[in-house]
Design a binder for this molecule. Structure first.
Ligand code: SF4
Length: 370
């Protein structure tokens, strides 16, 4: 029997562009939101009668909480009708756009998990990131969500941001671990080409690679001491509260993406919609571009699976025709001897300091994929 798939809806609207962000987003306006919602609904409805079931829906962005609750409810209802959706329904939100009334409406619409872009508890760092909220707003947003009954709450923080120090990260972790959270994502800042950060001299105010490695390893320790287990390079959760939707990406399970710039992996094909709200509205979701029509191979299984603390099943690697297993194990054992990886119950996974070298380790292992 086919497993339930994940659904992703990209909401590309933001109040303003943050200087480090390279996600596809534009300034929100109500008229555009109406047309965009109609296109998403039409795209979802095109799967009617295909007998596909889903157990996760993720509204990512952008700033999905800027959408009206009416439109969010409509999209959820359509997804329930078409995909028999039953399970985790997440919405990303920024603290400055979150009100108690909105949270109540979202809960009523079916949202049962919320992910706040908090980024830091340090006001100077928040300002440097161009964020529109302050710490009291972030704390209030989390507490309001919990009181409203959305108990599955995640926050994102960023590591390696301008002016950040080990002490300020410890303070951020101290603040967030006291909040009623089930999940924390800690992403390292990556300064991407084409962003205002890239054109500025901001990097001189960021931790160098060695300091950032210390910050990362300390973050893992502090979160684990506070019952947030690391289950992926950048993700931590209380027992059993991993993001079920994001696990699908790393476990090479299928998902369908709706909206401009949304990606899909379905029927062995990886494809995405163009970064254009207008084109998405005009084509009603038929403007997708295929990047790989023979996807889901052993290379993806290694690349994505090694991001997870559960690692990859070596029996599956051995059974694959596409791998020189002897050489693969020689390479894997080298990393195990160096203390960067481990093999337990026929599974290969990275150690914490192995995560810091994950690109290099994965590239070396992939040399043995034929
Ligand atoms: S709010 Fe999020 S998606 Fe929007 S510009 Fe800022 S970082 Fe990018």
């Amino acid at each position: 029997m086919k497993r339930d798939i994940g659904l992703y809806v990209h909401i590309p609207f933001c109040v303003k562009k943050c200087p480090y962000c390279d996600f596809y987003s534009i300034v929100h306006n109500d008229l555009l939101e109406e047309d965009y919602t109609k296109a998403i609904i039409s795209d979802i409805l095109s799967y009617t009668g295909k007998n596909i079931n889903a157990d996760t829906l993720y509204f990512g962005g952008g700033t999905p909480i800027l959408m009206s609750s009416k439109n969010i409810a409509l999209i959820i209802k359509t997804a329930k009708d078409v995909f028999n959706l039953n399970g985790e329904i997440t919405l990303e939100a920024n603290p400055n756009s979150t009100t108690k009334v909105k949270l109540k409406e979202l809960k009523q619409a079916g949202i049962n998990r919320i992910s706040f872009g908090m980024q830091s508890a340090d006001e100077r760092e928040l300002k440097a990131l161009g964020r529109l909220h302050d710490l009291p707003q972030a704390i209030e947003a989390v507490n309001n969500a919990y009181e409203t009954g959305i108990k599955n709450i995640s926050v994102d923080i960023m590591l390696g941001t301008p002016y950040q120090t080990m002490a300020s990260v410890k303070n951020t972790l101290d603040v967030i671990t006291k909040l009623p959270l089930s999940h924390i994502s800690a992403y390292m800042l990556k300064v991407e080409e084409g962003t205002p950060y890239y054109q500025s001299d901001i990097l001189q105010f960021c931790a160098d690679d060695d300091k950032l490695a210390d910050i990362y390893l300390n973050t893992i320790d502090i979160l684990e001491q506070n019952a947030f287990s690391q289950y992926e390079i950048s993700n931590f959760s209380k027992n059993g509260m991993e993001s079920r939707h994001n696990l699908k990406y790393w476990r090479c399970e299928e998902y369908l993406g709706f909206g401009a710039s949304a990606h899909s992996f379905f029927d062995n094909r990886r494809y995405y919609n163009e970064n254009s709200v207008q084109k998405y509205i005009e084509s009603k979701g038929t403007n997708s571009i295929t990047t790989d029509d023979n996807a889901g191979g052993i290379d993806e299984f290694v690349m994505l699976g090694l991001r997870l603390s559960e690692g990859i099943d070596l029996d599956k690697i051995k059974a694959s025709n596409g791998v020189d297993f002897e050489k693969f194990m020689l390479s894997a054992n080298r990393f195990c001897e160096g203390g960067f990886a481990k093999i337990l119950d026929h599974r290969l996974s990275l150690e914490k300091n192995g995560y810091l070298l994950s690109n290099h380790i994965i590239a070396s292992l992939l040399e043995n994929v034929i």
